[in-house]
Design a protein around this ligand. Structure first.
Ligand code: HEC
Ligand code: HEC
Length: 385
């Protein structure tokens, strides 16, 4: 049922693009076949001019479709995210209301694809790497389509989208993007809900004492308070938690000097207010905000946060506990929030677990940090272990 709805939605969304398509075309859209085609495209390095880069180079299925190694940035200034658990990502909105909760609370900017929410769909997102010189480097739509035409799955594209599809490069390119999007909706690949914690939620497993203490700290508003943004409980509609509310928040992550663009001290990645998105550039109150990522499969990452500044999961959790009590540890001589111009420092979140004075007691002790980390390790999907 859900799958046929999806096809309908996709068909409607694509109607303008297919207005000139041959009539029998719509009947041929078939989710399993599109998924197979999208999978082939996702792993095909031949689509890049170097013959070396595919979507999977940065979104590795053995790392929950996140970066396979410590080079999460490649040549860019943002870490490649995991592509898992984006299945109910809402479209970007500046004013988000959670229907399952108190309708009167405006939760602020929420949703949208990428760290700054600027991309409206997985289909639009795929266009960027396919054409970006920093990523897969296809110089133009016709150039990428010329490569598609030579692939072993070119015949599949023709049988799904019409024998003449390659005569219309923009339509062929759109067809490839559609296949990639449908592939990314495949539940077993992208939202298996197969972690040990999911088994606990189903009543089929139990947490160890250390993991259970970690979960309590994760949820406790006076301790980790993590669950206030990284939602951890089953929703009223029965949906399992995604460990994100998709809200855009500034937490003041330290500057990563390994980023080439950061060699220029005037360069700042300000997330919602630019530079990659430009529509909210005049919203000073949004500068420094990035979309809250899922923490599912977080133990598979080697770099953390939008700029990959933090190198271990322990340190990622420790950053929350000690950002304000031990700022020198994170920012050195540069001082607090060194990746954000001073005029935006007031945008940074200061609620628990943040807060406290330098030298004061952190929100989580070292053993409590270890407990939270132990809990986070239960969020790794079964096929990744
Ligand atoms: C060179 C590395 C690289 C390659 C290759 C790459 N991506 Fe990405 N991907 C990224 C980065 C970095 C981001 C985050 C971009 C941002 O926030 O501005 C991203 C973001 C995404 C997102 C948004 C995820 C979210 O959390 O909203 C999707 C979907 C995606 N990529 C799909 C793809 C597909 C499909 C391909 C192949 C056509 C691909 N990517 C190729 C690095 C890569
Ligand atoms: C106020 C909302 C909020 C709270 C509370 C919060 N987080 Fe986050 N979390 C975020 C946002 C936003 C990001 C991305 C920030 C960025 O990259 O600039 C993030 C990123 C992360 C990351 C890195 C994820 C990745 O893919 O790189 C980890 C790990 C994490 N949080 C764990 C925690 C833990 C553990 C706690 C509790 C101790 C916590 N968070 C509390 C909003 C929050």
């Amino acid at each position: 049922m859900r799958r046929s709805c999806l096809v309908l939605v996709i068909l409607v969304a694509l109607l303008p693009a297919w207005a000139q398509a041959p009539a029998p075309y719509a009947r041929r859209l078939d989710v399993p076949q599109l998924t197979a085609l999208g999978r082939a495209i996702f792993f095909d390095a031949e689509l890049s001019p170097s013959g070396e880069v595919s979507c999977a180079s940065c979104h590795d299925p053995k790392h929950a479709y996140g970066p396979p190694d410590a080079d999460a940035l490649r040549r860019g200034f943002r870490a490649a995210p995991s592509l898992r658990y984006l299945n109910s990502l809402p479209p970007f909105s500046e004013h988000h209301f959670d229907n399952d909760g108190d309708d009167s609370t405006d939760l602020g900017p929420t949703g949208g694809h990428t760290w700054d929410g600027r991309v409206s769909s997985a289909r639009e997102q795929a266009r960027l790497p396919l054409l970006s010189p920093e990523e897969m480097g296809g110089p133009s739509v016709p150039a990428v389509v010329a490569r598609l035409r030579l692939t072993p799955y070119a015949a599949q594209l023709e049988s799904l989208f019409g024998a003449k599809i390659f005569d219309r490069p923009e339509a062929a390119f759109e067809a490839a993007l559609l296949a990639l999007e449908v592939f990314q909706q495949s539940p077993s690949d992208f939202y298996p809900f197969s972690s040990r914690f999911d088994a606990v939620l189903r009543g089929r497993a139990t947490l160890t004492a250390q993991e259970a203490r970690g979960l309590v700290l994760f949820d406790d508003p006076a301790k980790g308070n993590c669950a206030s943004c990284h939602l951890s409980t089953i929703r009223p509609d029965g949906a399992f938690p995604l460990f994100t509310d998709f809200g855009h928040i500034a937490i003041g992550v330290p500057r990563n000097t390994a980023i080439q663009a950061n060699a220029d001290p005037r360069f700042f990645d300000l997330g919602l207010c630019g530079p990659l998105r430009t529509d909210l550039a005049d919203h000073a109150e949004y500068c420094g905000r990035f979309r809250t990522p899922t923490l599912r499969n977080i133990a598979l990452r080697q770099r953390f946060f939008h700029n990959a500044a933090i190198r271990t999961l322990e340190d990622a959790v420790r950053f929350y506990a000690r950002r304000d009590t031990d700022p020198a540890r994170w920012y050195g001589a540069a001082g607090k929030f060194d990746d954000l111009p001073a005029k935006y420092h007031a945008n940074v979140n200061i609620e628990a677990p943040f807060g406290g004075r330098p030298g004061g007691a952190p929100a989580l002790s070292e053993s409590e940090i270890a407990e939270v980390v132990a809990f986070l390790k239960t969020l790794t999907d079964a096929d990744q272990r």
